[in-house]
Design a protein around this ligand. Sequence first.
Ligand SMILES: *Cc1c(COP(=O)(O)O)cnc(C)c1O
Length: 406
Amino acid sequence: MNIPSPSGPGPDPAETGWPSTISFRPEDLEIGDEPRTGTANGQHDDELLRLLAHWGMNQRNWMIGFPVNLDFDYRPLADFLAVSLNNVGTAYAAAGYNISTRPFERQVLEFFIRLTGGQVDQVAGYTTSGGTESNIFGVHLGMRRYPDAVFYTSADAHYSVDKITSLFDLDQVKIDTGDDGAMDLDALTDACLRRRDRPAVVLATVGTTMTGAADDVAAVRPRLAAAGVHRVHLHVDAAFSGLIVPFIPGYGPWAFDAGADSLAISGHKVIGLPVPAGIALARREHLHRVGSHVTQVDADDYTLTGSRDGLAPLMLWWALRRLGRDGLERRARHCLHIAEYAEQRLRECGADPRRVPHSIIVGFQRPADDVLETWHLLDAGEQSHLIAMPHLTEEHIDRLCQHLRP
Ligand SMILES: *Cc1c(COP(=O)(O)O)cnc(C)c1O
C-alpha cells in the first residue's frame, strides 16, 4: 500500500484512491462468538484498521472545513495505551485513584491560566471531554451563583449553548450580532435593562463557528454596570479562538483580565488530538458553589463527570512542552497568514470571499458538490467556510482554487 506522506498536501484523491469518505460493510465489522485473534480473520481485521488509519491520516491533505488541526502525531506516547489512566476528581486531588497524570494536567492548566490572563492562585479548572462540557461547567457555575439569572448569548453562539439551555431549563435571550459578527452590546444592555431585577449569566464567544468573530469581552461588565446591572456571571466560550487571539499583536484583554468568571477552550482544535478534549477554568472563589467532598475518593470534586480522561491532559502537556508559547504564537501567525492568503486567492478566482477581522475562517461562494465532498466543506446555504487550521498550507489553497475552476 502506497501511503502518502503525513505532512503537506498529497496528490489528488481521484488519482490515488484516497477519497474523502470511507465506508465499511456492517457484515465486515460485526462482533461474533468466535475470537478473531491470531487467525486469517485477525489479519483481515488488522488490514482493515490499517486502512482506516491511513485514510484518516491522509485527510490532512483535504480537511479544510472543520476546526480541527490534523498535524499531530502522538505515537511516541503509545506505551500509555497499556496503562489504566484516570484523573477522577480534580487535577489537584491528593488522594483517590492514583494511576493518573494529575501533575502533568496541573501544568497544562497553569499554562492556560497564564495564557488567559489569570493568576494561578485565583483560577483553577480541569480537563474536560471538550468545549461543550467546558461550557456546561461555566454556565452551571453561573447559575449556581445566581439561580434566578437570565442566560444571555449572541445569536451566533455555538449550538452547544442551546443544549445547555435545555439541560438546565434556562431563560435564554439571544442577542443579535453586528456586521462584524460580534454580539451587539447596545442590544445586550437593553435586554438586561428590561430584566434589571434579574441577574445575568452572559456567555461571550471568542471565535464563533460561522465567522470566527469575537465578542468584546472586556466591554461587557462595564457596559452592564453602567446600566445598573451588577449581578453578572461572565462565561467566555473561547473553544475556537482561545489559542489564536492571545497572539494577535495589540489584541488587548479578552479573558480573566477582561472580567471573565469562567472560560472554555478546546484541546483538540488548534492543538490537535486524536480524541476530543477541552479545558474549563473558573475563578477559585466561585468553585465552592459546585464543589463537594466525595468520600469514595477522599477529595473535593467540582468536575461534572466521575472518571476523567488521563491521556488527553498528558497529550496536551506533551504537545505544549514541544511547542512552548512561542511555538503556539508561530502557529497562530501561520493560521492568520493562510486565512489572508486564502482570502486573496479566492478573490482572484471570483469566489467572493468574506472574512471578519482577525478571523481564520474564510467564507466563500458555495462550490459544486464534488468540491464540497473532497474538501470536507459544510453546505451552509449560499456559503461554504474554509477554516485555516495549522495543517493547512498555501498548497492546499492553490489546489482548492484549481478545483474551483469550472
Ligand atoms: C467547538 C466549539 C464548541 C464545542 O466544542 P466540542 O469540543 O465540540 O464540544 C463550543 N463553542 C465553540 C465556539 C466551538 O468552536
